[in-house]
Design a protein around this ligand. Sequence first.
Ligand code: A2P
Length: 294
Amino acid sequence: MSIYLPSSLTDTYTLQNGVRIPAIGYGTWQTPNDVTAAHVKTAIDLGYRHVDTAWGYDNEIGVGEGVRASGVKREDLFITTKHWVTFRGYQNTIDAVEDSLKRLGMDYIDLYLVHWPCVAASRPDWQEINADTWRGFEKMYKDGKLRAIGVSNYEQKHIEALAKTAEVMPMVNQLEFHPGYMQLDNIRYNQSQGILVEAWSPLGSGAVLKDETLAAIAAKYNKSVAQLCIRLSLDYGILPLPKSTNAERIAQNADVFDFEISPEDRAAIESMPTLGYSGYTPEEAPADKLAGLC
Ligand code: A2P
């Protein structure tokens, strides 16, 4: 499979329905709402055109304010938000989209994702619940409120189950991806289906940044470990969503288009032991982490 390699922040991947999505998204997980607007504006000032949020991050209001404060036209920006686990089902999903639109202060969302699948370990009727939720996604997509729809944290079995009833297949799957947790089988499955993979926690939420193997590899390219991690996503055809609340680091995280990681260094990174893994795998997480997912 040939990998598309973007060469600037405004280069785009093209989704299955033709919608174009800018190459690096500005992540907002764990950013408190009261400071989100300022950081989103900074990221947009620095050239980012894609912002990733979620109802569950509790900062959609701040994202909307930051977008308006930036002065950049809405149609020149790409905004993703996600459906939370408490909104499963057809009508709840429709209401959830309306609620996110209100919080964002927008009349459409560029990409809307199912945040977590409902899984067999939580409910025997997980397939029906996921299918019903997805019908709500399809309705809002067909109504033009959502320009593209997708999922997050879905494993192959969850996508295959959805495919039994879906009229529109997910265009994106947002997964945890960073050195020390690359889940390449899942990535390759998605890519073989034409589903664009996005990386959440591309820096392992900061946990991989002090690793010596990564530091040695990054030094060869005169780059920081953070830049190496972001480039790693791009080199695997994965759209990274780095999060930073520091202007210098927000800029640094976009300065990744002038190098490519060699096959030898990629192999060394692939063979690293598990590092920085969040513990959030829907099927395997301990019961306390699954609580509330379905
Ligand atoms: P900060 O917001 O202070 O920059 P992830 O995107 O994997 O969730 O990682 C986010 C974490 O990594 C945050 O703690 C963020 O801290 C930190 N971070 C983001 N960019 C960089 C960078 N270029 N160098 C060092 N740390 C970074």
